[in-house]
Write a protein that binds this ligand. Structure first.
Ligand code: 13P
Length: 330
């Protein structure tokens, strides 16, 4: 795998961000490109993107985009899914090392061995994978879900089948509760959502009486139990718009999510969880995804300029394509 220095040969810490943005606009036109940005990347990148969204919307945007090149400011599995769903397009990821702790927690060979073991013990199941997985894992699964469509997809699994849910144990447990379906859970977790401590959350609630706690279903059960609203990133946006009065919201997800919430519904006050750690009331906002943070304006510009890193089609994408299409597009 090439090193970051090889991929980004011209990183200059003194570059003017406005000049970089102008260059991105020019390169986008020259290369017939569109920029997709997940709600967890830096706000500045979300602001220059053509489309922002959650995992589900961005996967669909990648398919419907008319441009021949997609720059995916997100993480590896997102760009990989975009390539699988649109093989004819050139898909660029600003930093090839932008991975995902959930995807890392479920290697394809371990999953295949576990599935074989379950079958040998007489389990008759379908495998449902969170989109935060590699294509090799997706190719071993029956369904792919995102936080935005998980409930409807679970409803499509025949009632007489057991469900093996991978890799996020917290999302899986939450889905068991809301769908009433029993699931065998893979023991994976997202490093960002696992970082919230219940003490931090309770302290924030105490310091902000009448606040509303919003949590992503990737959070552990202890956090969800103290939350007023549970939903993925797009559902959080819909929720804040639905509130009639200005409120204080404690946000238990990746801290960059506050950027689109603030833009959409600036009448509310958003506080990241954990927060309120300093005596001056400032929040630490230490809940940033290190993989999403690999996306920078300069890397967006450079991948457009040099046409790399590019997601390259792999033979095993073919099987993952069928699963992704029937789960996300139908
Ligand atoms: P959503 O964007 O679907 O809410 O999921 C967040 C996430 O896990 C991104 O990696």
């Amino acid at each position: 795998m090439p090193t970051t220095a090889e991929i980004h040969p011209l990183v200059d810490p003194w570059e003017d961000p406005l000049a970089v943005m102008d260059e991105i606009d020019r390169l986008k036109r020259e290369h017939d490109a569109v920029i997709l940005a997940h709600f967890y990347v830096d706000g500045e990148i979300q602001d220059i993107a053509d489309y922002t969204g959650d995992s589900l919307k961005l996967a669909r945007d990648a398919v419907s985009a008319k441009q021949s090149t997609i720059v995916f400011a997100g993480v590896h599995f997102m760009a990989e899914s975009a390539k699988i769903l649109s093989p004819q397009k050139r898909v660029l990821l600003p930093d090839l090392l932008a991975g995902c702790s959930l995807a890392d927690s479920c290697p394809a060979d371990s999953l295949a061995a576990y599935q074989a073991d379950l079958r040998s013990k007489g389990h008759d199941f379908q495998t449902v994978a969170y989109i935060n997985t590699t294509a090799a894992v997706k190719s071993l699964c029956d369904w792919i879900v995102t936080s935005g469509n998980a409930r409807e997809i679970i409803d499509r699994v025949p009632q007489d089948k057991e469900i093996l849910f991978v890799p996020d144990q917290h999302l899986g447990r939450y889905l068991m509760e809301v769908t009433g379906r029993k699931m065998i859970l893979w023991p994976g977790a997202c490093q960002v959502h696992e970082i919230f401590s219940i003490q931090d959350l309770l302290r924030a609630k105490r310091n902000n009486p009448n606040s509303i706690v919003m949590a992503h279903p990737e959070c552990p059960r202890t956090v969800l139990e103290h939350s007023d609203f549970i939903g993925g990133t797009e559902k959080m946006r819909q929720f804040v718009v639905s509130l009639a009065e200005p409120r204080v919201l404690l946000v238990a997800t990746e801290a960059n999510m506050i950027h689109p919430l603030q833009k959409l519904a600036p009448q509310h006050t958003y506080i990241p969880v954990p927060g309120i750690t300093a005596s001056d009331g400032k929040t630490c906002a230490c809940n940033k995804c290190p993989h999403m943070a690999r996306n920078t304006l300069e890397k967006v510009r450079d991948c457009l300029k040099y046409g790399r890193p590019e997601m390259v089609w792999q033979p095993y994408f073919e099987k993952a394509k069928g699963v992704l299409e029937r789960s996300l597009l139908k």
